[in-house]
Ligand binder design. Sequence first.
Ligand code: SF4
Ligand code: SF4
Length: 877
Amino acid sequence: MFGWVAIAASVPVWLYFFYRLTALFRFIRSGGPTQLNRTDRPLARLGRVLIEVFGHTHFKGRPLVNAAHWLVMVGFLFGAIVWFEAYIQTFAPDKGWPWLSDWPVYHFIEEVLAIGTVLGICFLIGVRLKLGHTERGSRFYNSQVFPARLVEAIVLLEGLGMLAVKASAIATYGGGSPWADFLTMRVAGVMQASPSMVQFFALVKLLTGLVFIACIARYFQWGVMWHRFMAFFNIFFQRNADGEKALGAVPTPDLEDLEPGSWKMLLDASSCTECGRCQDLCPAWNTEKPLSPKKLMMDLRQGALDNYNPHEGLNVLAMAGTIDDDVLWACTNCGACVDQCPVDIEHIDHVADLRRFKVLAESDFPSELTGLFKNMETKGNPWGRNASERRAWIDEARADGIEVPIIGEDAEDFSDLEYLFWVGCAGTYDDKGRATTRAVVDMLHTAGVKFGVLATGETCTGDPARRAGNEFLFQVMAEQNVATLNDAFAGVPKGQRKIITTCPHCFNTIRNEYPDFDGHFDVLHHTQLLNRLVREKLLVPVPRSPEDRKPVTYHDPCFLGRHNKVFDPPRELVEATGASLAEMDHNRDEAFCCGAGGARMFIEEKLGKRINEFRSEQAVATGAEQIATGCPFCNVMLTGGVKSIAPETQVSDVALMLRSAIAPSGDLPAPREKAFLDTPRRLPVEDSDVPSPEATAAQSAPTSSPQAPTAAPSAPSAASAPQAPAAPTPPAAPSAPAAPTAPQAPSAPTVPTAPAVPSTPSAPAAPSTPQVPAAPTAPAAPTAPSAPQAPAAPSAPAAPSTPKPLTAPSAPAAPKAPAAPSAPAAPKAPAAPSAPAAPKAPAAPSAPQAPSVPDAPAAPSAPAAPKAPGASASKGD
Ligand code: SF4
Ligand code: SF4
């Protein structure tokens, strides 16, 4: 009878489960494409699944919880074999799996699994009860309570059921082994022999499992249950086949398809276990803002389910509408959620998708961003300052006797340079950022490093635009900068195109995002290079006196630490200055954000507590008198943060601390003779990607030791030799110098966008209004014409035209030019994706909304932002 009851209950449940499984598959498949290849290197991906599942390698912190979860997981995976055995036992209580059930090792494994499951789930139940779900500080706040309680009860019953079936079988039929059945033999001692009891326990075990199966089949939104299946797939399809978290770059999207709601977003949402680890370290959530990465994924899941129809598919617009603006724009892109998630959910990518959709398709974004976008379009920097100011600090440094070679002016090409110092907008326009820039340059000069700068050839990397959803603007700036950098590095092979930057946002963008635009550079944060200079004794800090060894704490910038794993060099530098390092409770990959990332630097923080003050409190709690950091934005935010908490606390970039240490009196030591740190390799300019035998031979010959400064110089000369023959063809060489003059380039972006915008809206009022939002689409117009030029490209002579972009002001032309000469020009055309943007023109109709936007005038106030650079603490105030 027990057996037939089990069969009767199982058939409908299993049929329903498989039916719903196909429905879930169709639901996830209804999502759009993702921007990345999710199936490359399948064996590596499979390996990652095994490593992450059985090694729990992406479970951070909480070792006891992780161990308990591991026991429960293994009990579930292998306990399934024991669970299915119950079908046999409900019919024949003295039987089991053929061969296996007579093997003591099987009994031992079953015993351990059952005990592990019971102990593990009891511990996890205790943790959930202790933390509760009603206090905002609990990571289970917002998590669904009933499904969690239910699954915990089911797991506990399953574990107890395994023990009960085993013990009752031993009590009834004897046998058992003291080592394989060490616990159940004792339990059997207090039980009566009864075949029916064995069948009953087996039936209870089966029915408990069937309840679990029926529940997940019914409720797709019960992630706490579904993750037992979905996690495997989510780990397999994660962004990086090697298991690297989805940090660093934001994947470059197809501008023709801006809709959010990819199948990966749906898979992510369906896999969320609601564990709350992401919520625990989210700076927005910890400062009383409505954003919780966990809730975001839960809301996306529910929104998708509510707006999915098996016949019509997913209503993406309705789904996106379920995420409140205050939630969406609160994210700082700090990456803590992505880093903490044990099932590899990619929150930042989804935030980026949603913001992009809001900005480019709906022209719906915080008013402050209007000024940001306009400044970046017209001036090439977030604050709308003039490009000519990018020379100001250089003139000051030169007046003080510091050499700052400008590539294209003081150095014709890169043959006798080793590093390109990308100064960045904050490093130019912000007071504290400029002080850091000067300190770095002082030390490079002192250490004899061969470096050059672009001066007015730089524009913003585009990071704030991309993170704020204006992908079009980002791509225009990225293409322009990549063209400038590739031109500056003409003749320098990949692997030798070294860029130093003091801004982690520039660092991340150039290093991780420019490769999508054919920009392949070796990017170093200034703390990495300075640390090397100190280690190689090219910079020698003067030891502090014991009374001067004041405690200093170091704040990890998110885009340097968590996103790019640079944790140690800045710390080693702090210690090299003689200070004692006092770590905050949350440091390294658990550090809290300062609040500036994700373009939040340029958006007013109206809700909850200020993130910069929250982080500053943690820094001040260490007792440190100085906060060191390695990011101009963190510098500004923390400076503002400590003002109201501990005004006497100083906030400083590590570079400034080091400069003080090597020049306590203020006067720098005599500069070393300029020399390469590493043996340089240079190629003929026209073929920079193909190693030249002469060059390589020349370089290997001269130096075995990089320390021989004199040997290094010889290398460049060797390299320059081959360039001579190359000279004929590559007028590219002359173009190099043109690059620097490209200062006009920055103005380029303005050309395309600004004018086009007004033309779009027929309404006269439109132009005056912040049509700026429409701007992104508008540029499509100018680029489109470039498309036809592409075909013209075949006439290779396009090469000469190449210089145009470099010298010519029209930046947009710049990116196209490089494309033109080669066939790839064709693909560039698609790059002109701007064209697709055209279709968004219809979005223009939103122009009428413009009138409503009149508050845009508020936007103008945004320009007030320019205070930021000067004030250096505008945000933090
Ligand atoms: S990236 Fe940072 S701010 Fe954004 S949701 Fe994740 S933890 Fe929160
Ligand atoms: S997103 Fe990841 S870390 Fe956050 S609750 Fe879901 S499973 Fe846990």
